[in-house]
Ligand binder design. Structure first.
Ligand code: PMP
Length: 405
């Protein structure tokens, strides 16, 4: 086989469809978020970032960066091993205690990333529970899907955020079999929110374990940043709450929180936990500082919600089509991959605004979008500039469409 020709042809196919991924080479500036420098074609230009998952700007918070500096001074760079062989640092232990407390659970377990936590925990639970049937929301993240696939357990897909469909599907499976219901709280691309209590009602009626991904909610919702399950007062109903340390907490890593026994089980059997070097101590120290700060302070969350509402209202007033939802994610719907990329390029090249286009397979074909994530550090002037740029570009598209008619 001509391997190079094969790789080239596959890539050319992506380009033809307008969904070839081009990374934007950014240099973020601590102390100046969300402003950054874009390195391109041998030059640089200043940009405002509007699509970061550092939702609250904690990545430049002195408490977080200070904790990381201190931990590096104290412990050096890396962890020096897997958790089992010399790589459990005291910072990991402290962070796991912080996370268990955040979600009101007995224990927590750290992973290399949120992706790995879903893949490893779901793969282990669904794979090791004898004859387990897994019930997975149709919009679940790739990391959950891959974990469930890797487990080889029987898989049932229930309609997105639909407890009745879940109930029907659960009822078809032998009541004596172990079952696992996996879903998310805030869905990352549409920004819609799961009816957690109703899903727990159904799962409980069928004796199923519940596994909730709160990756896009931890730090952001609830009085202590425990996510939608804290906000809705139902964290105690979930057997597993999974989250990331890389988005609102703005460092890196993933975790599950659950009972002592469940965490001990995953710790003991998940190869994605066992056979990999643990997180650098400074990462654990920074994440713990971020969590501690956001447990005590609601100011970032309040400002975040206020900025989101303002951006959404301003875009709507300018007739820019956003997808309605009750979260902090503001998807501007373009519904065409080539146009989506062209708008993103124009925003970057002409206006110094960075919003990455989102294409298939991240979202279904025909629902391509620009996913805007306003943050507490975006100023009124940043917002005005964003909305003016969108209005200008939308005007041009309108003119172009009229000209073609
Ligand atoms: N779950 C969901 C719903 C996600 O959107 C993502 C990443 N975007 C992850 C898990 C993975 O988290 P991480 O980025 O920490 O690997």
């Amino acid at each position: 086989m001509d391997y190079e020709a094969f790789f080239g042809a596959e890539i050319a196919g992506l380009r033809r469809e307008g969904r070839y991924r081009v990374f934007t080479d950014l240099e973020r500036h601590s102390g100046n978020f969300p402003h950054a420098t874009h390195h391109h074609d041998g030059g640089t230009r200043p940009v405002t970032v509007w699509c970061s998952n550092d939702y609250l700007g904690m990545g430049q918070h002195p408490t977080v960066t200070g904790a990381m500096h201190e931990a590096i001074e104290r412990c050096g760079a890396g962890a020096g091993g897997t958790r089992n062989i010399s790589g459990t640092n005291h910072y990991h232990v402290l962070l796991e205690a912080e996370l268990a407390d955040l979600h009101g659970k007995e224990a927590a377990l750290l992973f290399t990333s949120g992706y790995v936590s879903n893949w490893a925990a779901l793969g282990t639970l669904a794979g090791k529970l004898p004859n387990c049937a897994v019930f997975s929301d149709s919009e679940n993240h790739a990391s959950m899907i891959e974990g469930i696939r890797a487990s080889r357990a029987e898989r049932h897909i229930f309609r997105h955020n639909d407890p009745e469909d879940l109930n029907r599907k659960l009822a078809l499976v032998d009541p004596s079999r172990p079952k696992l219901v996996a879903f998310e709280s805030v869905y990352s691309m549409d920004g819609d929110i799961a009816p957690i209590d109703e899903i727990c009602d159904v799962a409980e009626a069928h004796g199923a374990l519940t596994y909730l991904d709160e990756v896009h909610a931890v730090g952001l919702y609830g009085t202590r940043g425990g996510g939608i399950s804290e906000r809705d007062g139902c964290a105690h109903r979930l057997d597993v709450i999974e989250g990331t340390l890389g988005k609102a907490f703005a460092v890196h890593g993933g975790y599950i929180t659950a009972s002592e026994k469940l965490c001990d089980f995953v710790r003991s059997f998940a190869s994605g936990f066992i056979f990999t070097t643990s997180l650098p101590p400074a990462v654990a120290a920074g994440a713990a500082a971020s969590i501690r700060h956001l447990k005590a302070s609601g100011a970032e969350r309040a400002r975040h919600q206020e900025r989101v509402a303002r951006v959404r209202a301003a875009l709507e007033a300018a007739n820019i089509p956003t997808l309605p939802n009750d979260s902090h994610i503001v998807p501007v719907m373009v519904c065409d991959p080539v146009l989506c990329k062209a708008i993103s390029d124009t925003l970057l090249d002409e206006f110094g605004i960075y919003v990455q286009p989102i294409n298939y397979p991240t979202v279904p074909r025909g629902t391509e979008r620009l996913r805007i994530t306003p943050g507490p550090l975006h100023t009124d002037a940043d917002i005005a500039h964003l909305v003016d740029a969108f209005s200008e570009i939308w005007g041009r598209i309108g003119l172009r469409q009229k000209a073609a008619e």
